[in-house]
Design a protein around this ligand. Structure first.
Ligand code: ZN
Length: 472
């Protein structure tokens, strides 16, 4: 990763960091209590889950923002997605800057992933439970702690700076976990309200619980369903097996062409991004991802290059006869869900076209292919040349007492590319409250409370730095 060779941002005025640190420390129990209340609302944004919970969660977030008493307006709004269906409620708030002062937009999302089976959780998914340094619950880290980091950081700013002159915008989305379908419409409708010079996206990871990260690269994604068909109807596998190709055989043979013997992606036209990455011991990957004894990593090149800068392809679901219902028949068609990650630098549509080309060219026995539910998200590379990155790195050093890592992330936050497109002059900072043991989206998701405190202090210091240093 690049390290800026510009001079470091100026230090905070004497005593300011200490005041912020004390304010954040004193406010932490309240922030954890408010986070816990928010987490108890099961705001799953997916189809098939009660949208009343997402509405309740939006209302709760709006109340938290109003209580700050800093915004000129706080609104809850829903906009239609591209399919015309009304999206989940987002919360938007704006406080205008004094003339010549910059505006900072604080983004997080208040919706969560489905919890999965209760039996896989060590404590109920929507009852925040403290074990050791960590608070466990669905959404406690991703991303309700992001919401609360914003609230608590603004509170600390207000406690330590009498009359802040910077503009502050909050944009707390309600369907990030369901593909941000109405994000574009919300941006369009509230363009003036959301306009900002710096955008802080608090929805990412930290290097460890002791070392902060600024995320400067994100992979994009292409997900789609693929139906492989070979027969007009099912047939007896004894009478016809051996001469008639069933869809299962064709699907297995086709999917096997996506990777080579090392498990590296073998699709022509899917590109990697040239970049340097820190090196990590294989054991770290093994521990974080829980590889079983004897199971080897896949792919080639530095481990973090594989995760941050190379494409990946995962088959995440399959609709086929279940083992229990398996009769002796040749299946006429099989549907799979494919989730591909796209390296920074490659447009999502180009990557999908490469995948489609590969699959059509490799369909065995003339099998028919149908593609559906295509969902594309753009990768993103942060422009690290602006002053906001310097201020953010300085704030991280102050809050954590450790040199931050500039990292890539294998996951995708496609709306960041949309934000950058709508506000091309804005500087984007991707921060977060997660750490390698958070298990976002999985059972036993958790938040490290030390990381939470340091993330709040980082953001409070960042806002205070911009207030102190950035006069045009
Ligand atoms: Zn998230």
């Amino acid at each position: 990763m690049t390290h800026p060779d510009r001079p470091a941002a100026p230090p905070l005025p004497a005593g300011t960091l200490e005041s912020l640190r004390e304010s954040v420390r004193a406010g932490l129990p309240r922030a954890i209590a408010e986070l816990s209340d928010l987490v108890r609302i099961p705001s799953v944004s997916w189809d098939g889950f009660d949208p009343a919970h997402v509405q309740a969660s939006a209302d709760r977030v709006a109340a938290l923002l109003r209580e700050l008493d800093v915004f000129d307006e706080v609104i809850v709004d829903r906009a239609p997605g591209a399919d015309g269906v009304l999206g989940q409620p987002a919360v938007l708030a704006r406080r205008a800057p004094s003339p010549g002062r910059p505006t900072v937009l604080l983004y997080a999302h208040h919706d969560v992933q489905p919890p999965g089976a209760d039996s896989e959780w060590s404590s109920p998914p929507f009852e925040p439970t403290l074990r050791g340094d960590r608070l466990y619950a669905r959404g406690v880290a991703d991303d309700k702690a992001g919401v609360m980091a914003h609230v608590a950081a603004v509170r600390a700013l207000l406690e330590t700076t009498a009359e802040p002159e910077i503009g502050i915008v909050a944009f707390i989305e309600g369907e990030e976990e369901f593909g941000s379908r109405s994000f574009g419409a919300l941006l369009e409708r509230h363009r003036d309200l959301l306009a900002a010079d710096v955008i802080v996206v608090a929805d990412s990871d930290n290097w460890t619980v002791d070392t902060p990260s600024l995320t400067v690269g994100l992979r994009g994604n292409a997900t789609f369903s693929l139906t492989v068909s070979t027969l007009g109807h099912a047939s007896h596998s004894g009478m016809y097996g051996g001469a008639v190709p069933d869809a299962m055989l064709a699907t297995i043979a086709l999917l096997a062409t996506l990777h080579d013997a090392d498990g590296a992606v073998a699709v022509e036209g899917l590109r990697s991004h040239e970049q340097e990455v820190p090196s990590i011991p294989e054991q770290r990957l093994r521990d974080e991802a829980a590889l079983l004894d004897g199971v080897t990593p896949i792919g080639r090149g530095a481990l973090l290059h594989r995760l941050w800068a190379q494409p990946s392809i995962t088959v995440t679901g399959i609709d086929a006869p279940s083992v229990q219902n398996a009769s002796n028949t040749l299946a006429p068609s099989i549907t799979v869900k494919i989730s591909a990650r796209i390296a920074p630098g490659q447009p999502a549509a180009e990557a999908f076209a490469a995948l489609e080309r590969h699959l059509r060219a490799h369909a065995p026995f003339g099998a028919h292919l149908t593609f559906g539910a295509i969902d594309l998200g753009e990768p993103f590379l942060v422009d690290t040349s602006g002053w906001a990155v310097d201020e953010a790195l300085a704030a991280m050093r102050e809050a954590w007492g450790n040199e931050p890592e500039q990292v890539g992330v294998g996951g995708s936050i496609p709306f960041i590319a949309q934000l950058a497109e709508t506000f091309p002059a804005a500087q984007v900072l991707v921060t977060g409250v997660e750490d390698p043991h958070t298990r976002a989206h999985s059972p036993d998701e958790s938040l490290h409370l030390g990381v939470f405190q340091r993330a709040i202090l980082t953001e409070a210091a960042l806002l205070t730095r911009i207030q102190a240093n950035r006069v045009e």
